[in-house]
Design a protein around this ligand. Structure first.
Ligand code: 13P
Length: 278
């Protein structure tokens, strides 16, 4: 199965009335675990990494692994730059063969977000890549030090934004937040419904960790076609590695490595099962 454009995975989700899982990865074991889960479920997935995470997991090491894993997978896999912050990083991802990019200009004024996203659209078109953008402010942080206060996406603005930028999909803010939620989130499904009425593009839900199965299903029924999961995979890996190192007589990397892959495999599989919406 080839490495595919993210629009192909989103079309598959639309046709099947479900959502594609976009799973953040930070090392080889996470990639192995995520792809194994997708293959076992016979389901397309998106492998992604955020620009902020490149400090620990450099682009020149991660990108070739992610692209190669996609090319060798038995299911369609798109490779996506999540929360790009600079044009340099967008170009670098495209050069490495990512099939999708996102510039997160959601904290900038509306018009500036539009102008920057148009530039990303033009760049991505040279590589035949997909473009995601974000409107409104998703809470929490994505590897950042600042906690962002949630501002829900305005449905009218969402329509204008998609028309003017030509993005392929739009990440919305409906009460969702990155990281572990301190209290159970209350998603604004009324806002999502209004956005879905105005916008014909697939919608993206960030901050998947901690959202309940019921809420995922409702979000999918209202037009969410891509769901991002990061913290749950990183936490699962760290937890399983801790158990292994604390219980093994003589901790051994070659035994630890499959533990880490298994932890991510389990988390990804669990989420794919929910996102398939069957
Ligand atoms: P979580 O860390 O809450 O799963 O969010 C992932 C995400 O939205 C990445 O962009």
């Amino acid at each position: 199965m080839p490495l595919v454009k993210m629009t192909e995975v989103l079309s598959w989700a639309e046709e099947n009335n479900c959502a594609a899982g976009a799973f953040s990865v930070g090392n080889m074991e996470m990639i192995i675990g995520a792809v194994r889960a997708a293959e076992e479920m016979n389901t397309p997935i998106i492998l992604q990494i955020a620009e902020k995470r490149l400090a620990q997991s450099p682009m020149h090491l991660m990108a070739p692994m992610m692209v190669s894993a996609a090319k060798n997978a038995k299911v369609p896999v798109a490779v996506h730059l999540d929360h790009g912050l600079t044009m340099d990083c967008i170009v670098s991802a495209l050069e490495y063969g990512f099939t999708s990019v996102m510039l997160d200009a959601s904290l900038l004024p509306f018009e500036e977000n539009i102008e920057l996203t148009k530039k990303v659209r033009a760049l991505a078109d040279k590589y035949g890549a997909t473009v995601e953008a974000e409107l409104g402010v998703v809470g929490g942080n994505e590897g950042d030090t600042a906690e962002h206060k949630i501002t829900c996406t305005d449905p009218e603005n969402a329509f204008e934004f998609c028309e003017k930028t030509g993005v392929d999909c739009l990440a919305v803010a409906i009460g969702n937040a990155h990281g572990n939620y301190p209290v159970s989130p209350e998603l604004r499904f009324d806002v999502l419904e209004e956005i879905c009425k105005k916008v014909s593009k697939p919608l993206v839900l960030h901050g998947g960790t901690g959202i309940t199965d019921e809420m995922f299903r409702k979000a999918i029924s209202l037009g969410i076609r891509k769901i991002n999961i990061a913290t749950a995979s990183f936490d699962a890996l760290a937890k399983k590695a801790k158990v292994y190192t604390e219980t093994a007589d003589k901790p051994d990397y070659f035994k630890l490595s499959p533990y880490m892959a298994d932890a991510v495999y389990g988390n990804v599989k669990k989420h794919i099962e929910i996102f398939l919406n069957k």
